[in-house]
Design a binder for this molecule. Sequence first.
Ligand SMILES: [Ca+2]
Ligand SMILES: [Ca+2]
Length: 161
Amino acid sequence: MDKIAEKDVRVNLIGENSTKISLPESIIIPKGSDSAEFSVSVPDDIEFDGTESITITAYVDGWENASAVLNVLDNEKALLSLDIPKEVCENSGNALAKVSIGGILPYDLEILLSTDSPLEITVPQSVILPKGEMSVDFNMGILDNHHLLTGPEMQKDNRHC
Ligand SMILES: [Ca+2]
Ligand SMILES: [Ca+2]
């Protein structure tokens, strides 16, 4: 306010997007004061939703409204993580694997997969992570190549199934 309140003044507050922030419905500017503080709480969600600009409006009946914009930044990180068994037997046929993201998306996400040993392990070219999900399972094919390691490779790791 540009002058001191002569009596308590109730100021109504409206946030444009009530799912991103919550704030008191109203605050009181006490008599003899020209301002009052209020706090805005910002819940942590799990959606990849980017920065949202939220207009907060303060109004008192018969007065001119005041508005200000608050930018709420997203804290979800664009990271993938992959869960696969640490070891599998050559003849085990297949193994379950899982790829996860650190939040949820409002659309299906195609995740591309590849392996550097296509003669030993096959993976689908891609998997679809459905919207709203944080992970998707897929099968890795484990191929039996009938090769026996010899020489230095044999000494490096000679465990068997
Ligand atoms: Ca979050
Ligand atoms: Ca978010």
